[in-house]
Design a protein around this ligand. Structure first.
Ligand code: PLP
Length: 406
């Protein structure tokens, strides 16, 4: 073994493709290029001021010491109220944990419960981190492809085929990253029916995009749709996307007390409590009415329309309107096989994304990163004028591609 030995468990882990694209953007910018990043998974809106001031008040008021590992009692009360108000779910404090982002809580839940070789069902397209987190836990990610024709949603038959005695978890993300797919009550119930035959399987409902929905679409979380399975459901949420607070790193989870206790043990030996300042701000976020939300949704809806119009104008691309979140997952299969002005053939979605970045200076993420080749994820939560410029540049670049000669 050399002194630069990297642990074996790391061999299964890829660096996050979203971080990789941001690094590439910074490289190009350092070289003097103007680059527009449509790869970023965060809102461009500022954290609403009353929430930010609650954070400042926490600093001035010396709420700057360690807190209980799983979060302060008053934050837990605010989280419980949120679940009751928005989801009609009742949780006690021992069934709730706050962490440094939803990401940490998902990671801890998997690490606390997955033994080597156990399987975690992940519908694709998926959020990039799920499979790698399962791999770090030495579990086996079981990727179940979902289809555009089904609104990108997991079908009960496909779930039934994927379940085995080794299955430990099913991960459901609604509204979903990267497709914006939103599961209805009936769709969740149909999945619950399949799961009722598998009492050892846990369900993780990642609701991080919950309030970001379009056209007044209703939201149902899995534990509310299937109360009979609530005892084996972990509901994940956080303020990153709901309140434009990605940098504050504050997420929360609610589920059976035995699981929350195990996650708390892991957290107590790694990061301890999430930032006390962020906890105070998140508490304010959860108790105050979201007066800013309607304005945000309006803005996001207009931006989504802008992107969909651009895509409709590009020969070789298409997309369905997402029901939630702030991404368009666009089919780019018609661009694959086309030839660039320099004479290169675009072999796959990775090549399309790489070429678009080099040619137009606009960064988007290839669908392969989400387990679904042939697509591009376009994040539209950026400034209107910049998004407009990006759309014009993408369309202009795509127009220079020609069909390969037969
Ligand atoms: N879950 C999904 C589906 C996400 O897209 C993200 C962030 O992009 C997260 C969880 C992580 O959120 P947090 O910032 O709370 O860690």
């Amino acid at each position: 073994m050399n002194n630069n030995h990297i642990a074996r468990r790391m061999q299964q882990v890829r660096p996050s493709p979203t971080a990789a694209i941001s690094d590439r953007v910074r490289e190009l910018e350092a070289a003097g290029r103007r680059v527009i990043n449509l790869g970023e998974g965060e809102l461009d809106f500022a954290t609403p001021q009353p929430i930010a001031y609650a954070g400042i008040a926490a600093i001035i008021g010396e709420q700057t010491k360690y807190t209980a590992v799983a979060g302060t009692a008053s934050l837990k009360t605010a989280i419980a109220q949120k679940f009751l108000r928005d989801n009609q779910l009742t949780f006690t404090h021992s069934e709730i944990i706050a962490g440094s982002g939803a990401k940490q809580l998902i990671f801890n839940a998997l690490l606390a419960t997955v033994d080597p070789g156990q399987q975690v069902i992940i519908p694709a397209p998926y959020w990039v981190s799920y499979p790698d987190m399962v791999a770090i836990a030495e579990g086996e990610p079981v990727i179940v492809p979902c289809h555009e024709a089904h609104g990108w949603k997991l079908q009960p038959d496909d779930l039934a085929k994927a379940l085995t005695p080794q299955t430990r978890w099913l991960i459901l993300n609604s509204p979903g990253n990267p497709t914006g797919a939103l599961y209805s009550m009936d769709e969740l119930r149909a999945l619950a029916e399949v799961l009722s035959d598998w009492p050892n399987v846990m369900i993780m409902a990642d609701d991080i995009y919950e309030p970001l929905r379009y056209g007044g679409a209703a939201f149902t979380t899995f534990a509310a749709a299937a109360p009979e399975l609530a005892g084996r459901t972990l509901t994940i949420n956080g303020v990153s996307k709901s309140h434009a607070m990605t940098g504050w790193r504050l997420g929360y989870a609610a589920g059976p007390a035995w699981l929350i206790a195990a996650m708390q043990v892991l957290q107590s030996q790694s990061t301890s409590n999430p930032s006390s300042i962020s906890q105070a701000a998140a508490e304010a976020a959860l108790v105050q009415p979201p007066t800013f939300l309607a304005g945000w949704i309006d803005k996001l809806e207009q931006r989504q329309q802008r992107v969909l119009t651009m895509i409709a104008e590009i020969d070789g691309m298409s997309a369905r309107a997402p029901e939630g979140a702030f991404y368009v997952f666009a089919n780019c299969q018609g661009l694959i096989g086309r030839v660039t002005p320099a004479g290169d053939v675009l072999e796959d979605d990775r090549a399309v994304a790489a070429w678009l970045l080099a040619e137009s200076g606009v960064a988007v993420l290839h669908g392969s990163a989400f387990g679904t080749p042939g697509y591009l994820r376009i994040a539209y939560a950026i400034n209107d004028a910049v998004l407009d410029e990006a759309c014009l540049k993408l369309a202009a670049a795509a127009a220079t591609l020609r069909q390969a000669e037969k």
